[in-house]
Ligand binder design. Sequence first.
Ligand code: GAL
Length: 348
Amino acid sequence: MRKNLFLFIALFSLLTFSCGQKAADSNKDLKMIVSGAEWFDTDSNRINAHGAGILYHDGIYYWYGEYKGDSTYWNPKVPSWECYRTEAGGVSCYSSKDLVNWKFEGVVLESNLTDTLSELHPSNVLERPKVLYNDKTKQFVMWLHVDSHDYAKAAAGVAVSDTPTGSFSYLGSMRPNDAMSRDMTLFKDDDGRAYHVYSSEENKTLYISLLTDDYLKPTGNFTRNFIDQSREAPAVFKRKGKYYILSSGCTAWDPNQAEVAVADSMMGAWTVKGNPCTGKDAEITFYGQSTHVFPVAGKEDAYIAMFDKWNKTDLINSRYIWLPVAFDENGDIEIAWNEQWNPDQVFK
Ligand code: GAL
């Protein structure tokens, strides 16, 4: 009997332990955000949406990201840096009402498999898609980093759709304001104006460019920010009238230290506030790189910072890190490591 009891306890502990382990490895059975774990959609397929952005529209969150191909190779034509590449599979979209369960809505901007000259051909680069809704034109407008296989083109592409789940029609690309454009984001202000924020001048200087009312082109009104400071992976948000830019340094797929800057106006001037990350591996952004920060609907002071944890030799197997943003009385932010959390519990 004693032996049976011992066996039962041993088995129970083993089961509890292995369930605990499993929980940390994936989000599968958890109603949680599990940073750095494998994330699965509601069909139990691995979520493939990198360098992503979130659009909240009519009560639903839409997650748009890079749909990466399943093999990674080192581009031999780029000897100067670790240019790991994968086939550009277009832009995927997932939807959710609770930020935890994500339904695959498909590839909403398709790559062009047949025309080798197309910018959307998988041999090229399609990165960091962001989508805004334009209240005037009633269109969903996507901007993304469009590049040649060796990142020499340095352009921004635009696509539009009448619905959030596409399909998006590609309008073409440009070098906005006659300047290079690589890592990028979009930001829509409360007054409906939208801005394109992008790493320019060989990634050395961050441009903030006001878009036309239809969000399809630059107006020509832009500012050069963080000159020669090589900021990448910009993520912009606004709280209580203050604008924030979270960004990374410039070390290709390898992690580095994040930095946040604050301004009273989108066009600047920006005051650098240093690294907002705290906790284990905070000096290398928890092995992540910023991609987007968004407010949680209906909650006060609830913002989520999204990062990519790149796996440079197996890019499709890169992971996601999402963390709550905390504010102090001066409006300074802290992004603390939190491996496993539920937005409903953290944001009251
Ligand atoms: C990073 C950039 C990524 C990707 C990568 C390529 O710096 O943030 O989006 O372009 O370089 O190495």
